[in-house]
Design a protein around this ligand. Structure first.
Ligand code: NAD
Length: 249
């Protein structure tokens, strides 16, 4: 078998798809994780360059499904070298727009997926990396640092993910496992389709002096580097990928 064994969560579309594609283009074997997009995930695996790619399924909010997916990926790929915690949910839940019951639902679902799901995936993956070392990259968001008035649980989940990555970077360094985080601003994916329509989309694009939002492939480049053998010293970092946005007053 050639290349590294890589598990990318939420890889059927968007940023995860670009990440999975980039690893495969570099000769790695990729486990394409999805929750309810078997067709898309299967098509992606069939179209990736190289051989040995697989599909794994899990609802990341369910700890047992996470364990089955990570262990299953490691078993089929012959171990695990890289975990990319990319999957996430981002749904509106403004404080005065949401009933108390909906509020509970959004907080649970968002934290269970974006934060606890990622933590559980790391718990499982670390056991496969303990003897051989590895790389873990978490996909956070600018929402961790800046106000997300309509998505407070999202911002909190991503801030938690940042802290999780830093704690585990320290805990896992003695095992040769580096943990790093990327925190993109807006990226053109299905998640942001609605936000990027005018007029709000024009305001968002104007935040960067490049006058646009990121492409998924640009986030994938950073993830790929942070997961590379030479990036051990980047462990514990949070890479702010925002196209020079927010630098002007
Ligand atoms: P996307 O909606 O296309 O991808 C998210 C993926 O996560 C989907 O495939 C979805 O099925 C999966 N997912 C969601 N909940 C899941 C669950 N419970 N179990 C399993 N899979 C689940 O959006 P994207 O923009 O590609 O987002 C990828 C990551 O990047 C997310 O963590 C997101 O928060 C983060 N991010 C996105 C942007 C952006 O502007 N698009 C900005 C910053 C950070």
């Amino acid at each position: 078998m050639t290349g590294r064994a890589v598990l990318v969560t939420g890889a059927s579309r968007g940023i995860g798809r670009a990440v999975a594609t980039l690893f495969a283009q570099h000769g790695d074997r990729v486990a394409v994780h999805h929750r309810d997009s078997a067709d898309l995930a299967g098509e992606l695996v069939a179209s990736l360059p190289g051989a040995g790619h697989i599909v794994v399924r899990a609802d990341l909010a369910d700890p047992e499904q996470v364990r089955a997916a990570v262990d299953g990926a490691a078993e089929q790929l012959g171990g695990l070298d890289v975990l990319v915690n990319n999957a996430g949910v981002y749904t509106p839940h403004g404080i005065f727009d949401t009933s108390y019951e909906q509020w509970q639902h959004e907080w649970r679902r968002t934290l269970d997926t974006n934060l606890v799901g990622a933590a559980n995936a790391i718990w499982c993956a670390a056991r496969h990396m303990r003897e051989r070392g590895g790389r873990i990259v978490n996909v956070s968001s600018r929402g961790a640092f800046r106000g997300e008035p309509g998505q407070p649980a999202y911002g909190a989940s991503k801030a938690g993910l940042n802290a999780l990555g830093q704690s585990l970077a320290v805990a896992l360094a003695p095992y040769g496992i580096a943990v790093a985080t990327v925190a993109p601003g807006f990226v053109a994916t299905d998640m942001t389709n609605e936000h990027l329509k005018p007029p709000r989309g024009d305001e968002i694009r104007a935040q960067s002096p490049f006058g646009r939002v990121a492409r998924p492939e640009e986030i994938a480049e950073a993830v790929f580097w942070l997961a590379s053998p030479g990036a051990e010293w980047a462990s514990g970092t949070i890479v702010d990928l925002n196209g020079a946005s927010y630098l002007r007053s």
